[in-house]
Write a protein that binds this ligand. Structure first.
Ligand code: SAM
Length: 234
């Protein structure tokens, strides 16, 4: 899978891939990262990429010309490329999107800065737009990294043990049950005794009950979805 980050600040992104699981996937040639700076395409004599907003309003907006030229070139090089814009004005990114997008061959993430990107660029080039939550970041780079990371774990060969994908939160409407590691007792706190007895069917029931408790507390709407799904299955 190839990822291209269209960004004014590739340094903010590159460091993330220099360690751990995603670095190993890059070393194994499973993931390929590329960077494209719209400033390199600017026809302005000072290489400017932003200007004041037409019609007034605070702050600067990213001009269409550098992004049009950069994205046109990118699309002409790969007709299968899937172009994703990061913006708060979009549907929220979900685990299902991560799984769906893991089947693509090449995704470009376009990160805005300042007050955002001239809307005509988004209209012309976006295959999809995503928000990563109801808050405003200073730029789209973090959002692009979040989405790239979530997609990458769903690509064959990226995780050491792909079994771990099946039991994670959001694979079903329920959040994952709490996990414990060794030692069994730590600073007067013990892991739940049922986890220690080796009866796997009882451990599964307890984990389900704990999952439901966590979901009820943090995401009650998800628990409702789980119960509705269960009652349909009966
Ligand atoms: N003026 C814009 C608004 O109110 O919707 C916010 C612009 S923000 C300061 C600059 C850039 O950060 C955006 O163009 C976008 O790429 C990125 N960004 C900010 N918050 C985001 C979010 N929640 N999800 C995805 N991208 C975000």
């Amino acid at each position: 899978m190839k990822f291209t980050f269209v960004t004014l600040f590739s340094n903010l992104i590159e460091g993330y891939f220099q360690d751990s699981i995603l670095k190993r996937a890059i070393d194994k040639d499973i993931l390929h990262m590329h960077y494209l700076n719209p400033r390199d395409y600017s026809q302005n004599k000072h290489m400017k990429v932003d200007d004041t907003a037409v019609g007034g309003g605070a702050g600067m907006v990213m001009n269409p010309q550098p992004l049009y030229d950069a994205l046109r070139e990118l699309k002409s090089q790969d007709e299968d490329i899937h172009v994703v814009f990061l913006t708060p004005v979009a549907k929220p990114f979900k685990q299902n999107d991560a799984k769906r997008l893991a089947k693509k061959t090449h995704i470009a993430f376009v990160s805005g800065r300042y007050e955002g990107i001239d809307e005509r660029v988004i209209e012309e080039f976006a295959d999809e737009v995503f928000s990563i939550g109801d808050y405003i970041l200073t730029g789209g780079e973090l959002a692009a990294l979040v989405i790239c990371d979530a997609i990458s774990r769903n690509i064959e060969g990226v995780l050491g043990n792909s079994d771990s994908l099946d039991v994670e939160s959001f694979e079903t409407p329920l959040l994952e049950a709490p996990s414990f590691s060794k030692p069994k007792n730590y600073e007067h706190k013990s892991v739940p005794s049922e986890y220690l007895k080796g009866n796997h069917s009882r451990i599964r029931s307890l984990k389900l009950a704990l999952s439901e408790c966590k979901t009820q507390f943090f995401r009650p709407e998800q628990l409702l979805k789980h119960r509705t799904r269960k009652s349909y299955e009966k």
